[in-house]
Design a protein around this ligand. Structure first.
Ligand code: FE2
Length: 297
């Protein structure tokens, strides 16, 4: 009897591994619509996150083709494009960003892997500065706790969270974020209404754990990733485990709202350490930011 049980278990495991191998290369292009009265016209934006050196086709041709097919007004990157673990090989993101920045305005924020290169100088030396210069030389708008406008009605800000906010934590415990932290890092958030009083505020914040704080700061749309969709996604229950070892964390993927403030959490494009994806295909997020139709009097 135990032999049959072992054979079934091994068979099921092999099937799961084969399925995971397939899913890791099966890019899903998914559209999220955000409606606001703060933009002057509709925009299409592409949001990339957690590439972790993954390549979809040679030179990421499949990913580039998927991005080209939606003809975005701009491409936004939410970080963790490489794997920084004792070394940081940046060739894959550099190649991708070189292609993208020649075609579209590109705005880049950091994840914990980019930031790690500055946290651990004895390991990475000046790799971060070299990487950043290579991107800015391409024309990428590289934002470190900074903001830039996309035309006059969209402002994009990228947050560099401190290392403590990425600590591995069991269960749902998270590092508290002190009041005023975001204002100290980013300056005052927007407070008024558009158009054209104040632009639509997008915040690239790699970890989605602080949505309330981001919304309170003034982010109309927060774009996050980091949790890779929770590795394995189960119906009703969502992501099983994040790279930070939270189990069944509700915000590890999806679209969330606090009033009119939205947060889109990408399942990411790649993996690292736990190289498994089940019911959790890599996600290219296409954002349709639409101007709310005025009601007729
Ligand atoms: Fe991350």
């Amino acid at each position: 009897m135990w032999r049959e049980a072992a054979a079934v278990t091994i068979g099921a495991g092999l099937l799961c591994l084969a399925r995971s191998q397939y899913e890791r290369g099966a890019l899903a292009v998914e559209t999220v619509e955000i409606v606001t009265d703060k933009v002057l016209r509709d925009r299409t934006l592409v949001f990339l996150s957690d590439l972790h050196n993954k390549e979809f086709g040679k030179g990421n041709a499949e990913l580039l083709q998927a991005i080209d097919s939606v003809r975005p007004d701009a491409v936004l990157s939410g970080g963790d494009m490489m794997i920084a673990k004792g070394n940081a090989d940046t060739r894959v993101p550099l190649s991708l960003f070189s292609s993208l920045s020649s075609r579209y305005p590109m705005y880049c924020g950091n994840g914990n892997h980019e930031n790690r290169m500055t946290w651990e100088r004895e390991t990475y030396g000046r790799q971060y500065e070299v990487y950043k210069k290579q991107l800015t030389d391409m024309g990428v708008i590289y934002l470190e706790d900074e903001s830039a406008l996309l035309e006059c009605d969209i402002r994009i800000t990228a947050l560099d969270l401190d290392e403590c906010f990425y600590r591995k934590a069991l269960l749902q415990r998270k590092e508290p974020m002190e009041q005023g932290y975001l204002e100290k890092k980013l300056g005052a958030g927007p407070s008024g209404q558009g158009p054209i009083g104040e632009p639509f505020q997008i915040l690239l914040a790699h970890s989605p754990l602080y949505f309330k704080e981001y919304a309170d700061w003034g982010a109309d749309l927060t774009l996050s990733g980091h949790f890779h969709g929770g590795t394995i996604r189960l119906p009703w229950l969502g992501g099983v485990m994040t790279p930070q070892y939270q189990f069944f964390l509700p915000v590890c993927a999806g679209t969330f709202y606090i009033g009119e403030k939205a947060m889109v959490v990408s399942r990411g494009l790649g993996t690292h350490s736990i190289n498994i994806r089940l019911n959790n295909r890599p996600q290219l997020v296409v954002l349709k930011v639409k101007r709310r139709a005025l009601e007729k009097a």
